[in-house]
Design a binder for this molecule. Structure first.
Ligand SMILES: NC(=O)c1ccc[n+]([C@@H]2O[C@H](COP(=O)([O-])OP(=O)(O)OC[C@H]3O[C@@H](n4cnc5c(N)ncnc54)[C@H](O)[C@@H]3O)[C@@H](O)[C@H]2O)c1
Length: 435
């Protein structure tokens, strides 16, 4: 099939490359001319494992443009542009609507529009109205579907090529048939397609992210209790994760979720509840608990900065999670800003996110490629992202390099007793009171 994918970000670029990989002819459309030029020159604007190989391998079927005229002979057009939070937390839909309008000016009769951006309930209906209005002027029409994306940054290519499920929100059989044809290569050994109406599909995406955010927030609440009463959140996690009804995933306590999806989607679902005057106390608690957890960690860190008279703090990990350079809503932003506000010198190491961090702080913090080097003369080391390179540190070398002895482990990677043998004090999450 001939496909256009509007938006060449984390979702659009992965969608375009994976659709080309299975034989579709794909044109990626983005308004960012420098991104398009980079992609056409063989570069990749984001860090996502395996994506560069996939894009270069499929370049005979994959190209990029800023020109919506590419939609003129498309069988289907994906919309995968951003839906960032507006000032009141609701999803800002201006990019989705603008993309739909631009594509509709060129799309041929019978074309399929597939909204892949995460959008509040009713948005795909609004896109359908917009598309209908624009296309009616040319005496043509289109089908409109919603197809949420569930890829995880850091594992996006694998998730797209081998999805757990493919949810499609459609209003007619012809649209379902077209989507089944398009996704056939991803759907061979069992039927992963779950077909529903567009509104249920839109809600399913928010429900999935808010459920996962709620699990994390629940464990974070318990971790603070563990710290006071002396329990170990890791034991509690293993204890409850073995219950089949609960399962082991998304039960890790930490510094609170960040990233481009959970914070904005939790806020957007709350905004939808407000818009329709429906109270969503669980979702609201998942949001409040996340803020509490983040602040609780930062408060402990700042208390240590004060008590130790810390002048220099080393940071391991800036990306919101391993495997990505994405720093949207990363916990590191709040942590580093609190340190800078207190006049502390910050030196950071992240294997992928240095360029993203430079866009935020420029030279207000220093960057190192080598994890142990950031520890030189540091009073405190804070570990914020569980990249593999931070899993088995040489504590003897680190203890020698550091001026102080505090290790703030926001991901529960380390064993307190082991660090003690090197003269280091480990502060982690919910593993008994440390300071
Ligand atoms: N990032 C994820 O892990 C993830 C996972 C599932 C769903 N989503 C959802 O997918 C959507 C896209 O997310 P993302 O992380 O890929 O965003 P992104 O910011 O990485 O990419 C968006 C791209 O769209 C382009 N764009 C904006 N307006 C445009 C227009 N009118 N025409 C053409 N291009 C335009 C931007 O230049 C940018 O390259 C969001 O709704 C997000 O919630 C994201």
């Amino acid at each position: 099939m001939k496909l256009c994918v509007v938006g060449s970000g984390y979702v659009g670029l992965v969608t375009a490359a994976c659709m080309a990989e299975v034989g579709h002819h794909v044109i990626g459309i983005d308004i960012d001319a420098s991104k398009v030029a980079l992609l056409n020159a063989g570069g990749i604007p984001i860090y996502e494992p395996g994506l560069d190989d996939l894009v270069s391998k499929n370049k005979s079927r994959l190209s990029f443009t800023t020109d919506y005229a590419a939609c003129a002979d498309a069988d289907a057009v994906f919309i995968a542009v951003g839906t960032p939070p507006d000032e009141d937390g609701s999803a800002d839909l201006q990019y989705v609507i603008a993309a739909a309008r631009s594509a509709a000016s060129y799309m041929p009769d019978g074309c399929l529009v597939i909204v892949k951006s995460t959008v509040p309930v009713g948005t795909t209906d609004a896109v359908a109205d917009e598309v209908k209005q624009v296309m009616a002027k040319r005496g043509v029409s289109a089908h409109v579907a919603f197809n949420p994306e569930f890829l995880r940054e850091g594992n996006a290519v694998g998730d797209f090529l081998k999805p757990d499920r493919i949810i499609i929100g459609v209003e007619d059989d012809a649209t379902e048939a077209a989507l089944r044809r398009m996704y056939a290569a991803f759907n061979r050994n069992r039927d992963r397609m779950i077909v529903m109406d567009r509104r249920s599909a839109e809600l399913s995406k928010y429900a999935a992210n808010c459920m996962l955010a709620t699990r994390i927030s629940f464990m974070n609440d318990l971790s603070r209790l563990c710290d006071v009463v002396g329990g170990d959140i890791e034991s509690v996690r293993r204890g409850i994760g073995s219950d089949e009804r609960i399962g082991p995933h998304f039960l890790y306590a930490g510094i609170g979720y960040g990233g481009s999806c959970f914070p904005k989607d939790v806020q957007a679902l709350l905004a939808t509840g407000e818009q329709y005057d429906v109270d969503l106390p669980m979702v609201s608690a998942a949001w409040q608990a996340n803020k509490t957890q983040r602040q609780w960690f930062i408060q402990r860190l700042m208390d240590a900065v004060k008590s130790q008279g810390a002048k220099k703090v080393a940071i391991w990990g800036l990306a919101f999670k391993p495997g990505t350079d994405d720093m949207r809503e990363a916990p590191s932003i709040d942590v580093v800003n609190a340190l800078l506000d207190a006049g502390v010198q910050v030196v950071a190491c992240d294997p992928a996110a240095t360029a993203s961090a430079q866009e935020i702080w420029g030279n207000r913090i220093a960057y190192e490629n080598e994890p142990n080097a950031v520890c030189n003369d540091a009073d405190i080391l804070v570990v914020l992202t569980e990249w593999l390179m931070f899993r088995e540190p040489d504590w003897s070398d680190i203890a020698n390099r550091m001026a102080g002895s505090y290790i703030f482990d926001a991901r529960n990677l380390y064993v307190k007793e082991e660090l003690q043998s090197y003269g280091l004090s480990c502060v982690n999450i919910g593993r008994g009171k440390s300071i």
